[in-house]
Design a binder for this molecule. Sequence first.
Ligand code: CP
Ligand code: NVA
Length: 332
Amino acid sequence: MAHQPQASHELRRSSRLKDLLTSDDLSRDAINTLFETASRFALDPFTERDFLARESVVIHMTKPSTRTRLASETAIAHLGGTPIFVRGDELQLGRGETIADTARIISSYSKALIIRTFKQSDVDELAANATVPVINALTDLDHPTQALADWLTIREQFGRDLNGRKFTFLGDGNNVAHAWLLMGAALGVHVVVATPDGAWAPNAEVVARARRRAVNTGATIEVTTDPIEAVKDASVICTDVWMSMGDSEADRLSKMRDLAPFSVTEKMMALAAPDGIFMHCLPAHRGEEVEASVIDGDRSVIWREAFHRRTTIQALLFHLIKGDLPASADTL
Ligand code: CP
Ligand code: NVA
C-alpha cells in the first residue's frame, strides 16, 4: 500500500529527513539504512512493488542524463509508481513562474521531485517550498545520488570496515569531487581529492564543510595538487569527465592542459593498493581523464557502480517518501 508522506513541517518537527540536497545531508546511520535497502533491491527490485501504486514522481532535468534519468524512472516503476519526466524547457519556470509556485504544484500531484539543474540554490528553494521530498540529481555543486552509488559499490568491494584505506578522486574539482569529499566525511573515511591548483580546485566552502563534518565522524580529508602521492596505496582511484555540463568551452584547452597530469593511467593504477579498484561515474572520455585500458580493465568496477545508481535511488525514494530517515546529519 502506498504511504502518505507527512507535510514538510511535520517531518521537520519529527526530526525526519525530508530531502536529499547535498552529499552531507545524511547521517552514517541513514547511509547504512539506504545501503541495506539498496542491497535488498539489488537482489529483488520488486519487494516493494506496491509502495507507489497509483502515485507518480516528477523528474525535472535542465541538463542531459543517461544513468540518473533511466535509473530514476526504472526505480519509480519498480516501486509501482509512474515517473513523469519534464525537460527544462517544458515547465512554466522558463516563462517566469516562480520556483516556489512550481514546488507547490508538483507537491500537490506527486510523491517526490527529482531535479537536475545548474544552481544548487534553485534546488534548495524548490525543497524549501515543496511538501514532498526533493532529491538533487546533480547541480554544478554536488551529485549526492552518485555518491550513494559509489560508496555502496566501495562497501561491496571492501566490506563495512573501511578504516586504514585511502579513497582518491583525481581530476577536476567539480560536483563529483565535492560529493566524494562530503560523503567520505559523513562516512568517517580517508578521502583524497587531487586537482590542479586554482580554477580547477574544489570549492573552498565545500572543503571546509567536509573538514567540519570530519571532526565528528573521524574522517581524514586530504586536498592536494600532487596526483602521484594521491594515488599511492589508494584502495580506489576515481575520476570524472574534465568538461562538465555547463562548463565554458572557452576553458577547454587550458583545462585539458592543466588536467593532463591527473589522467588515470596504467602507471598510476600500479601505484595503488594491490586490491585497488578504478571508479568513474560516467559518461567517460577515454584518452582524456582515463586510459581506455584502465576503464575497460579488470580493476574497473564502473558497471557495478552504474548498476547501483538504480538501487540507491530506489532506496532513497522509498525511505524519503516513508519519512523514516533521521534528519540530523550529526548523528553518527
Ligand atoms: N553519472 C551520471 O550522473 O550519469 P548521467 O549524467 O548519465 O545521469
Ligand atoms: N561532472 C559531470 C558529471 C556527470 C555525471 C557533469 O556535471 O557534467
